[in-house]
Design a protein around this ligand. Structure first.
Ligand code: SAM
Length: 297
């Protein structure tokens, strides 16, 4: 059988290219053979935190010059990276943990390097997003990645309201100091019945994966102070299909009723959506009555 290290070599690793390399999200052993090969091969490493990355690389017996590429300097650092690429260097980009560009620096560097005409090559690996989803179960068939919610309560709640009728499951990242508040806000916005997966400290010593409902989430977190510590991924069940469809139908009927009679609006809405004409007629009639009553007030 071909050794893994040889398989890692069975690919081109062109010079003058940027390699986006996923690193572990906890357990230092969660790195791919290809990632180690590329980290050993590159001329330098663009890193979110150069000290953290140098320490991580030393665990693998690798030492490389680094370039700091973080949230506050990504565009200017990109120029620096591009200058090295012009000299034919291979450069790896890593973040503090997991996959660069996923709630982490990396995306702007990718844009700038591609715009400058150099190849950008992905090396897949750990991400808290896919790690949590891999143990969520069959209730998550489609999902949307939201990442960190706004930190200001008003903005966060507006964001959550805009997701109210979204049917795919929602994936959030959260920090320990906001976890209780965020789970409470999710319950207030979406109601207590939807499923919630709390994935804490994935791949680490105190890894914990708990499934409950949004109503049960705050009580579970309050059950032990340790449950509020560490890093979190939250997966929340999406809106029920029927509810989402009802909301979309209401919006359509409201627009049509501005120009058409109840029966014409229901007929057109049924043609456009494929939904039952009778059900839409009943709904349109109720909406029309409510509108007429409001106008009389
Ligand atoms: N780029 C990373 C990735 O691919 O997942 C994410 C970086 S983001 C700055 C950090 C957030 O990811 C944490 O606040 C937490 O929400 C989530 N996260 C990272 N590592 C985690 C872990 N081991 N367990 C649970 N969540 C984690």
């Amino acid at each position: 059988m071909t050794p893994l290290s040889e398989l890692a070599l069975g690919q081109q690793f062109p010079a003058g290219a940027l390699y986006i390399v996923a690193t572990p999200i906890g357990n230092v052993a969660d790195i791919t053979v290809r990632a180690l090969h590329v980290l050993g091969l590159v001329d330098r490493v663009a890193a979110e935190d150069t000290r953290n990355t140098s320490q991580l690389l030393s665990r693998y017996g690798i030492s490389k010059p680094t370039i700091a590429v973080h949230e506050h300097n990504e565009r200017s650092a990109a120029e620096h990276v591009i200058a090295h690429l012009r000299h034919g260097e291979r450069i790896a980009c890593v973040s503090d943990a997991g996959t660069p560009g996923i709630s982490d620096p990396g995306a702007k560097l990718v844009d700038a390097v591609r715009e400058a005409g150099f190849p950008v090559i992905p090396l897949p690996g750990a991400s808290a997003l896919t790690t949590a989803l891999s143990v969520a179960g069959a209730w998550v068939h489609t999902f949307s990645f939201i990442g960190f919610l706004a930190t200001k309560p008003k903005q966060r709640d507006t964001q959550l309201q805009s997701l109210l009728t979204h049917t795919p499951a929602l994936v959030f990242y959260e920090a320990p100091h906001r976890i209780v508040e965020t789970v409470q806000a999710l319950g207030r916005a979406f109601g207590g019945e939807r499923r919630l997966l709390i994935a804490r400290e994935l791949t680490k010593l105190h890894e914990c994966i708990h499934c409950c409902t949004l109503a049960e989430g705050p009580t579970w977190l309050a059950g032990d102070a340790n449950r509020q510590r560490g890093e979190f991924v939250l997966v929340v069940e999406g809106a029920p299909q029927q509810e989402a469809a009802d909301d979309a139908h209401d919006a359509l009927l409201a627009t049509l009723l501005e120009e058409l009679s109840v029966s014409s609006a229901a007929r057109l809405a049924a043609t456009l959506t494929g939904a039952s004409r009778n059900a839409l007629y009943t709904r349109a009639l109720a909406m029309d009555k409510a509108r007429a009553e409001k106008a009389r007030e």
